[in-house]
Structure formats: C-alpha cells, structure tokens
Design a protein around this ligand. Structure first.
Ligand code: LAN
Length: 727
C-alpha cells in the first residue's frame, strides 16, 4: 500500500500533483489510449506532447493568434488549437469523467483479486477523489455535479482506504462523519452492497438476489436478460456469477477496520438479511416496485431452500461461459467500465490470479484510466475516439475546410482512423450465442477492439466518411461495399416504431422497468428509441443515398420516412425534443432539426419546425447565449444554467440554422457570444458538464466545446457569408 505518499499530503492542497506531472505520457496505439508514468530516464527520450500537457492541465504554451474578424477566423483559430490535441493515430481523446462510481468499482474489484496497486496510480487516484469531495460535507454524489449520497460516499470512502489512506486522515474523517450522518453504509444501493460484499465488508445475505438462473430461462420469456438494455445485462452477467459464488476476499486488518468504519452499529450485530431493501432515501432515483420486491422475496426463498445444486452449477457455468465470450469478443476491453472489472473478478475466481485471462484484463483495464489535472480517474468508456473524430471531421467539412491544404493532414489522419476502425466482421456465432447485434460494417463509440455496434456512432462515422470521400474528393479508403455494410447495420437496427435505439433493437417491453433494481438510475432495463440516435441514422442515410442511389433504395427510403415520422411523434407540444445523451433539449433539437431539414422541412414550410424555433429563441439569454442545466435531464423540462454555455449555445445555433430560421440578429448574438468566450490562443475553456446517461448521471464531453462552436461558425458563414463581424 502506498501509504507513505498519502501521509505526505499537505491537508488543504490537492491541486498539487503527488507524482511528477512532467513524466506522464498518453500513448496512442491505433486508438488504444493508455497513460504511462515514465522514469526520469525514459521521460528524457519520450517528449511530452502539447496534447499530454493539455490533458494534464499543464501550460500548453500555445501562442496568441491574430484576433478573428470573421466567423471562419474564429473557426480557424479554434482548429489551430484543436489540431494540437489530435493524437498520432488521427483520433481525439479526452477526460471522459463525471460518474463517481467507476473508479470505485474498479478499485474494489481489483482489490478483491488481491493484486498490488501501482504506486503512481494509487496516489493520483487518491488525489482525484480528494479533489472531487464536496467541500462542505466531504462526501461524494453519483456524479461530479450531484449532491452527496450514501452510494457515492460509501464507495469512494472505501476506495480511498483501499488505496492507502489512513482512517484518521482529515479527508477520511470528514467523509466518514458525513456517511454516518446519512445512516452509514447499510443504506448503500444495490451495486454498492455488491462491491462491498466482494471485499468482505458486507454480507451477501443482505443483498437482493442476482440469480444467474435467469440466463437459463427460455428466450421467449419477457424477463430473459437478453431483452434488457445491453449495459444492464452486461453488468448483471458477471455480478450474477460472483453473487452465486458468494465470493469475498478473505478478511485482513484493513477490511476488518472498514467493517467498523462504514457502519453506525457494530458489524456483528447487523441483521444483514433484514436490510436487503434498506436504501438511503436521498439516493433513490427509481424506487422498487411492489412486483420487484415480491420477485426478490421469491428469488431469495428459491435460492435458499429450493434451488437444486446441479441447477445452480449449470447456471453458473452458463453465465461464466458468457463472461468468457465477452472477454474474447472484446479482447478484454469489454463493453464498459462497470462490467470490465467485474469480468476480471469472475476470471480470477474461476481461473486464479496467474491465469492468462486475469493478465489480459490487467493489461486492458489501463485503457479506461485517465489522468487530468486533478489526478487519475476512470473514464466512462475506453475513450471517445470514433465519436469525437466523426464530429470533428463534420465540423471541418461544414466550414468548407476540406479543400484547404492547411487542414489536409489533420483530415487525412482522421479519415484514415475511421477507415481503420470500421468493424469488418461479425464474431463467429456471437450474434446468436452472446445475443449481439450484427456488427459487420458498424463503428463503435470508442474503438474497433471494443467492437460494439452503436446506431448513431455508425451513422455519424458513415456521414463523415461520405462527406469526405464523395463530397470532398478524398481517396475512397472506405469502399462502396463497406459503406453498404454500414447501411446494412443501420437497417438491422430498425424498430417497429420507426425510431432507433442505441446498441440494439428494442427487445423488451417497458414493463421490464418494474424490475429495475439499480435504484439510482431510471430507464435502464431495455433499449428505448432516442431522438438523437434516430436522427443520426436519418441523416446518415440521406447522405448515403446521395452517393449510392441503388443500394436497398426502397428500404432506405422507407426507413427515412418512418424515422422522420417517429421524430415528429416525439416532438413535445412546446416544440422541443428531449435528449437522453447530451444536456438536454438543446442537444436533441440540434439533431432533430437537422434531420427534418434534410428531408426538406424548414422554418418556411413547416409548422413544427417553427414551433421548435420559437422554443429555442425563447430560451436565449440576455448575453446572446444559451445555457441549459444538467437538471433539465433529471427533471425532464428545460432548466436554465446559471450562465450561458458555449456548448449549449453552439447546439442551439446549429439547430436554428439547420431549421433555416431567418432571424439573423438572434443568430449573430449567439455567434458573438461564442467568439467572446474564445481565448486568444483559439481555445475555449471548460464550462458545465455536457452529457448524461440514464437520466440521472452526468458525463463530460470536453471536445464538444471545440467541435460545435467551429461547426456553428462554418454554418453561419455558409448561410450569411463570411463577413467581417468584428474589428
Ligand atoms: C455512452 C456514451 C456515448 C453514447 C452516445 C453515442 C452519445 C449515445 O448517442 C448512445 C449511447 C452511448 C453509446 C452511451 C451509452 C451509455 C454509456 C456507455 C455512455 C453514456 C458512456 C458511459 C455509459 C455507461 C453505461 C456507463 C456505465 C454505467 C452503467 C449504468 C453500466
């Protein structure tokens, strides 16, 4: 344990790194992004790049640029800075933080496997958590902007202790006091209970069941896990195996101490079985339904008295086989940051610490770690590579820069990256056996290695490729056949409603939400159709149709039409669309209005577009910008941010320009605001958090503050001419 490092911390100053920040490097290997802490000698040979410095919060020493006079000058200055952040593989990277449970899940699973922790990581992770503790009460919430909760405080306190912080450290003392005021760790939600049980600090009997037997149910049953949203079932899978095994790391002095620190009553006196449903009131976003409570009681009884040992073993074996397949199919990257460490623990339980599987995991876990100015954290995915690169290309094309030799190198590298990252084949029989969506021709959100089809990631990447290759005369790296493969993927994702979901077709009924046991998230049990995903698919198909008129043309046509109809049905009476992955209405409206415009519906001919524009114009702030709080997503209604935000402003401007809104003055005031927030070196500074998932959890998209203002400038210049606006 790196306790020495922690003791040396000055109490109030967590801004000063515990490691030598001049020795961190981000390595990019075909989009695989990993951070390395070099020795002094190594650091002399491998120079720190501008991107490294930027991510680490060090001075990037970028020069001041000539003050912009036109919208395209602003875009150029922005790109001057943004181009320095492009990695050698042509992709972009970022700190993808926000959720405050990922690092904890990672550390607890890692600890459960009895693997020692690299010192540099441990000390920077400690610093990160200290920096994220709420200054008043010392606790943590579900995400960085959220209020202190039992979930956040229990798991992050435990994480700090596992990483080596002493219990009498002021940060630990304060957090513990807050936790005790909130009733202690007994009220931690389901995942927290499970993680604590894995390290021996909670009793498995105090958990609602996670029976692997569900995997053996016939697939036609509405409850079968294959019908669930992919992330929910991917977390459920390894958890069900660990739960069934009731695995806990053997106790040691540290975990014994934690047993006394986390609870307000003596551990041995707690009747854990009576606390399966004890969850702190403030933590609950989605309360248990009566049906779920009955189901849990029945399952507990079943597991205790009725479950035949052979059936239990069979279920465990089947679940484990799926765990192995998930590892193999993703080269240990796995679907996401929560299932990944759980998968590792399964492999450890079944095959031991020295197994190739555990080694493979230890290697690929690094893909999720990130270092920023506040320390080391775990990203929301293994990166944002494909997603951000696709948008960056589109923004440059919008500015008309694809023909400009100055941007050729940057665009070519980005283009080559997308070419390299398209998934070229389905994995043997994984589609049937692992319930996977078709993936040949798809793009994932992060990398090909992760390899999960996402509807809008495929769509946005395809759009970027079409824009470059066909409309901007870049070489045809992605062949016609491969574009058609991408279209096949998109068409495979059609739903009866006409709308598109995220990773898969909607496979289950909304009633499954009755069984949502996570307590802290809403709408996680099944796929839903989303305006963002649907519109991305519409626009990609519209672009594709321009360059390949013959391929499955009738189906493409019908898909577009039905998807547009679906978009119309989810427009709210006030003219808005609600987003699910960005904050919030401004995000979804940007997409929705683009798809309507591509099928010819705009401000001059459509009442619904006019309603949408009126909604947006009504939200403009006095400084000319727009600002939407993350609370919009939580409450489902537009809530102003205290201050206008660069990213929301860009989204609203793009939305209005897509709509063909004719009020130039409104637009220009927004453009002025974006310009006024740009720094002399072309950079925009980080403002409020931009993204969301599952309604309640926020996540950052730091590259958006470059991509979307640049795109907005390009669109404005296209629409009104690139006139001199500023002297
Ligand atoms: C993401 C990030 C990207 C996002 C978009 C492409 C923007 C969206 O349009 C479709 C859904 C998707 C791919 C998405 C789904 C959920 C993710 C993977 C995340 C929000 C990033 C982190 C989140 C994941 C579920 C976090 C782990 C938490 C659990 C509840 C398992």
């Amino acid at each position: 344990q790196p306790r020495s490092a922690v003791k040396a911390i000055p109490l109030s100053d967590y801004k000063t790194p515990f490691t030598d920040y001049s020795r961190w490097r981000l390595k990019d290997d075909h989009g695989r992004q990993t951070w390395h802490y070099l020795s002094v000698e190594e650091a002399k040979k491998w120079k720190q790049s501008t991107a490294d410095k930027y991510f680490l919060g060090l001075d990037t020493e970028q020069p001041d640029l000539p003050p912009p006079k036109t919208p395209l000058d602003v875009a150029k200055n922005g790109l001057e800075f943004f181009s320095k952040l492009q990695l050698p593989g042509g992709n972009w990277a970022c700190d993808y933080s926000g959720p405050m449970f990922q690092l904890a899940g990672f550390v607890m699973c890692w600890y459960a496997t009895e693997t020692p922790f690299p010192e540099a990581w441990a000390s920077e992770m400690i610093r990160y958590l200290c920096n994220r503790a709420h200054p008043e009460d010392g606790g943590w919430g579900l995400h960085t902007e959220g209020e202190t909760s039992v979930f956040g405080t229990t798991i992050n306190y435990t994480t700090l202790r596992l990483l080596g912080m002493e219990p009498d450290h002021p940060v630990a003392t304060k957090a513990r006091q807050t936790l005790h005021k909130l009733g202690g760790a007994l009220g931690v939600p389901h995942w927290g209970k499970a993680w604590l049980a894995m390290i021996g600090c909670f009793e498995w009997e105090g958990m609602n069941p996670i029976p692997p037997e569900l995997w053996l149910l016939p697939e036609w049953l509405p409850l079968h896990p294959y019908r669930w949203w992919i992330h929910t079932r991917a977390v459920y899978l390894p958890m069900s195996y660990i739960w069934s095994k009731r695995y806990s790391r053997p106790l040691n002095p540290l975990t014994r101490a934690l047993r006394t620190e986390l609870f307000t009553q003596p551990y041995s006196s707690i009747p854990f079985a009576a606390h399966r449903n004890t969850v702190a009131a403030a933590d609950i976003y989605h309360p248990h339904t009566t049906i779920l409570n009955i189901f849990n009681t029945v399952c507990t009884f079943w597991g205790k008295y009725l479950l035949p040992t052979r059936l239990k073993t069979w279920a465990e074996e089947y679940a484990y086989s799926l765990v192995v397949r998930e590892d193999e199919n993703t080269l240990y990257v796995n679907l996401g940051p929560v299932n990944n460490p759980l998968q590792m623990l399964c492999r450890y339980i079944a095959e031991g610490a020295d197994s190739p599987a555990v080694k493979g995991h230890l290697d690929r876990l690094e893909d999720y770690l990130w270092v920023n100015e506040d320390g080391m954290l775990m990203n929301g995915t293994n990166g944002v590579q494909i997603w951000d690169t696709s948008f960056a290309i589109q923004a440059m094309v919008e500015c008309g820069f694809s023909q400009d030799p100055k941007y050729r190198k940057m665009l070519t590298a980005a283009h080559e990256f997308l070419d390299d990252q398209q998934i070229s084949e389905d994995i043997s029989d994984a589609v049937q056996k692992c319930y996977r969506q078709k993936r040949k021709g798809a793009w994932a959100f992060s990398t090909r290695d992760q390899g999960y089809t996402v509807s809008d990631c495929t769509a946005e990447a395809l759009k970027a490729v079409v824009q470059l290759q066909s409309l901007s005369k870049f070489p045809s790296l992605v062949s016609t056949q491969r574009m058609r493969d991408a279209v096949d993927v998109l068409l495979s994702l059609r739903n009866p409603s006409g709308g598109f979901a995220s990773y898969e077709n909607v496979r289950g009924t909304k009633l499954l939400e009755w069984f949502n046991a996570a307590e802290v998230f809403g709408r996680i049990m099944i796929e839903y159709e989303y305006p963002e995903c649907t519109t991305a698919v519409i626009t990609a198909l519209v672009y594709f149709r321009k360059v390949d008129t013959s391929y499955r043309s009738e189906e493409v046509e019908r898909t577009i039409k039905r998807a547009v109809d679906w978009i119309r049905t989810v427009q709210r009476a006030d003219g808005s669309w609600e987003g699910s992955w960005g904050i919030c209405f401004s995000y979804a409206m940007m997409f929705a209005l683009e798809s309507l415009s591509l099928v010819g519906e705009n401000y001059s001919n459509s009442e619904s577009v006019r309603r949408a524009c009126a909604f947006l114009v009504g939200k403009q702030m006095t400084d000319g910008g727009w600002g939407e709080s993350y609370m919009s997503c939580v409450k489902g209604t537009w809530i102003d941010h205290e201050r206008s935000q660069v990213v929301n402003t860009a989204w609203c401007l793009i939305a209005l320009m897509n709509a063909g809104y004719d009020g130039r003055e409104v637009l220009q005031r927004g453009i002025d605001l974006l310009k006024s927030r740009q720094q002399a070196n072309g950079e925009w500074l980080q403002e409020g958090i931009e993204g969301v998932f599952n309604r309640s959890c926020m996540i950052t998209y730091p590259n958006y503050k470059f991509i979307f203002p640049i795109k907005a400038m390009g669109m404005f210049a296209k629409q009104f001419g690139n006139e001199k606006l500023w002297s």
